[in-house]
Write a protein that binds this ligand. Structure first.
Ligand code: 5GP
Ligand code: MG
Ligand code: MG
Length: 179
């Protein structure tokens, strides 16, 4: 293994590269079938960028890509309970099919608020996809159309997810031990 610690904390492998790969393919197949025609994939920065990149390469439809950058944990590991848009979409989504993609669903505030904001722009369809679901920590009800893995309540890094900007390049998903 290339490295198994960040800032002196040990990382425990939770989901390896191969499992991620095959699950991402399954999700892509469902999304392709359900969408059935061209759509805009909207990734939430920064955490979703690797997942989104892998996902869309398994979808055989015309896909446009856009990103939205919303406030995240930063160097803290507790959610503020609300989100802030740091950079908005570059595209107009009115009357378009949209797939909103995020790395992980935790309290649910982020996805719920972004969904509401995007719905005001009148997309033809708005579907949501998250790679990971920390279901035990949900604070608000939010419907998600596609979920990769249900995961335990731990702080996770890798495959795009960071700990204070480190660890995004890890190929698997890891739990930070002793936080
Ligand atoms: P929520 O608004 O659902 O509480 O939080 C969702 C956002 O929090 C995710 O998009 C992600 O940026 C961040 N987040 C939640 N849990 C984790 C985690 O275990 N690891 C990392 N790196 N980010 C997380
Ligand atoms: Mg995020
Ligand atoms: Mg982060």
């Amino acid at each position: 293994m290339p490295y198994v610690s960040i800032k002196g904390k040990k990382l425990k492998l939770l989901i390896d590269e191969e499992r991620i790969k095959s699950r991402v393919k399954e999700l892509a197949t469902s999304i392709e079938t359900d969408m059935g025609e061209s759509f805009i994939a909207v990734g939430l920065l920064k955490g979703s960028f690797i997942f989104l990149a892998d996902l869309i390469r398994h979808i055989n439809l015309p896909v446009k890509v856009d990103f939205m950058w919303v406030s995240s944990y930063g160097s803290k590991t507790i959610s503020e309970g609300h989100i802030r848009i740091l950079r908005d979409l570059s595209m107009d989504i009115e009357n378009q099919k949209v797939l909103l993609v995020d790395d992980i669903l935790d309290t649910g505030y982020t996805l719920k608020e972004i969904k509401q904001i995007l719905m005001l722009r009148k997309p033809k369809v708005l579907k949501t996809c998250v790679l990971l679901d920390k279901y035990e920590r949900r604070k608000v009800d939010v419907e998600v159309d596609y979920t990769g893995f249900r995961v335990p309540d731990a702080f996770l890094v890798g495959y795009g997810l960071d700990w204070d900007e480190e660890g995004r390049n890890l190929r698997g998903i890891y739990a930070v031990e002793g936080l």
